[in-house]
Design a protein around this ligand. Structure first.
Ligand code: OXD
Length: 307
């Protein structure tokens, strides 16, 4: 079994040990080593467009993350299954990140931390939890876990997805027609959408200005969902209270980005959910074993919808 690691980010060394332990029989090649082109399986993160189409023996493309947008960005993908990582640990880690972020705004740590920098002692009136409605965009495996954890903590939770779903304790809105009603009630908006042609730029002036006054944004999906200038304008004008941003179109976020220094905006380094290399490698190994047995691998995505 020959496995190619295909990534513009290099050899993905952090995965090396876990992969060789989970797949002891496999031989690994790193694109652009020429042997990578004969591989049976490609493990990818942001592959260079066109490379996968040059692999005639390819039977499976596997993302090493939950997102597949950087793979689907290749217009010349060969017709083989594409799988993603689906990890409870990752969903739980993202739920922790979102819970922390909601508490940060709810308990006004954003204001208190800014005041502390100027040695200002000011105790804010505490806002009732019931008045902090959290709106979650994207109700896949990660969004559902985040919704579950937040509602367990007593927050009113709404969710928005492409199609209707039934979720205990969550007011679900579906499709474009229900997006305005969903946004109008979200005091904290959490974006966990997959990146597709329909969702790119969805966090724009029109949609963000539908949020109630003083609302905040938590972005841990993809930087491409957000129109940065629109957020900056709404935060500076005071319509929005602030944002916690974990993902950016260019990572690491360049030092010159105004996001670093705009009051109310907190930048974190794409840390909201990091699956453990061993968990990633064992899912990949399990999917390869399924393929060998002629079974459908787990977490195959549908390229026509983008996730
Ligand atoms: C992922 C990510 O897609 O970390 O797994 O963004």
């Amino acid at each position: 079994m020959d496995i190619a690691i295909v990534s513009r980010l290099g050899k993905l060394e952090f995965m090396a040990q876990a992969l060789s332990e989970a797949l002891p029989e496999a031989r690994f090649f790193h694109w652009p080593e020429p042997e990578a082109l004969s591989a049976d399986i490609a493990l990818c993160w942001a592959p260079e467009p066109g490379v996968l189409a040059r692999m005639p023996n390819l039977r499976l493309i596997h993302s090493i993350g939950a997102g597949v947008d950087s793979i689907l960005a290749d217009p010349h993908l060969p017709p083989v299954p594409i799988c993603r990582i689906r990890d409870e640990g990752l969903a739980r880690a993202m739920a922790d990140y979102v819970l922390w972020s909601v508490l940060y705004f709810h308990r006004q740590f954003d204001r208190v931390i800014a005041n502390a920098g100027q040695h200002i002692w000011h105790r804010y009136e505490q806002r009732a939890r019931e008045k902090m409605r959290v709106g979650i965009m994207g109700l896949g495996s990660i969004g559902s876990e985040v919704a579950r954890v937040l509602s367990q903590h007593g927050y009113p939770v709404s969710g928005w997805a492409r199609s209707r779903k039934d979720m205990a304790g969550v007011d679900v809105y579906a499709g474009d027609a229900e997006l305005p009603n969903f946004l109008e009630s979200a005091n904290v908006l959490v974006c966990l959408l997959p990146l597709t042609a329909e969702t790119e730029g969805i966090l724009n002036h029109r949609h963000l200005s539908m949020l109630p006054e003083d609302a905040s944004l938590i972005l841990c999906s993809r930087g491409e969902h957000l129109v940065v200038e629109d957020l900056l304008e709404l935060v500076k004008s005071g319509h929005m209270r602030g944002a916690i941003l974990d993902v950016f179109t260019s990572e690491p976020l360049p030092a010159c980005s105004p996001l670093w220094s705009t009051p109310g905006i907190l930048v974190t380094p794409h840390m909201s959910g990091l699956a453990k290399p061993r968990d990633i490698a064992s899912q990949i190994a399990e999917n390869i074993a399924r393929l060998e047995r002629g079974e459908t691998p787990h977490s195959v995505i549908d390229p026509s919808v983008g996730y």
